[in-house]
Each structure stands twice: as structure tokens, then as C-alpha cells.
Design a protein around this ligand. Structure first.
Ligand SMILES: [Zn+2]
Ligand SMILES: [Zn+2]
Length: 108
């Protein structure tokens, strides 16, 4: 929503419009636009961090959140554990299925 408002304002910024604008108004408009755009950059930066955080969570072991996921549990095929935690777990923490085998995802 916000983004479109900025883009629309850009569109009103055609050379014709700029020529007709009083200089003072034009300067104010540019300030407003720059303010809006830098806010936009902040939002993008924030979602980038959020994205990276989610990416990290995705690869971190669901039990210790310290080591990377490196094990696939069989037969349920969940990959949520590091090798250390998979050794400690008898059942899959997600579906509670008894773990029959632990496959290293780096071998697959
Ligand atoms: Zn772990
Ligand atoms: Zn499972």
C-alpha cells in the first residue's frame, strides 16, 4: 500500500509537472519523496534481516538451536535434528515416531 503511494508520486514527477511547480513546492516534494524512499529502504533492510533469521532457524536443530540440522530421521523422514541430538532422541520430536535410522544429510 505504502509502496504504491511512493510509486504514484514518482509518476506525478514527470518533467512537465516539475516545470509547472513552484520551486519551493518542488523542493518540499523532493524532501518528502526522499524521506519516503529512505523509510522504504529501512523496511527492506528489516525484512532482509527477518528473512535471514528465518533461514537460520530453518537450518538449526529444533532441539538445541545451536548446531545445524544434519540428520534425516527414518522412517518419518523429518530433518530437524543435529547429529548430537539425534543420538539422544529415541523418537522424532515432531511426529513421535520411533527412530529406526539416522541418515546424515551430507551422505544422501
Ligand atoms: Zn541439536
Ligand atoms: Zn518425524
Amino acid at each position: 500500500m505504502y509502496y504504491y503511494a511512493v510509486v504514484e508520486r514518482y509518476n506525478t514527477f514527470s518533467p512537465d509537472v516539475v516545470k509547472k511547480m513552484p520551486k519551493k513546492e518542488l523542493v518540499e516534494e523532493i524532501w518528502r519523496l526522499q524521506g519516503a524512499l529512505s523509510e522504504q529502504t529501512e523496511i527492506t533492510k528489516f525484512s532482509q534481516q527477518e528473512y535471514e533469521r528465518l533461514q537460520n532457524e530453518k537450518i538449526l536443530c529444533r532441539v538445541c538451536f545451536e548446531e545445524q540440522i544434519s540428520i534425516v530421521l527414518l522412517p518419518c523422514r523429518h530433518h530437524i535434528l543435529c547429529s548430537t541430538c539425534s543420538e539422544k532422541c529415541k523418537k522424532c520430536p515432531i511426529c513421535r515416531v520411533f527412530i529406526e535410522e539416522r541418515l546424515s544429510i551430507y551422505d544422501v
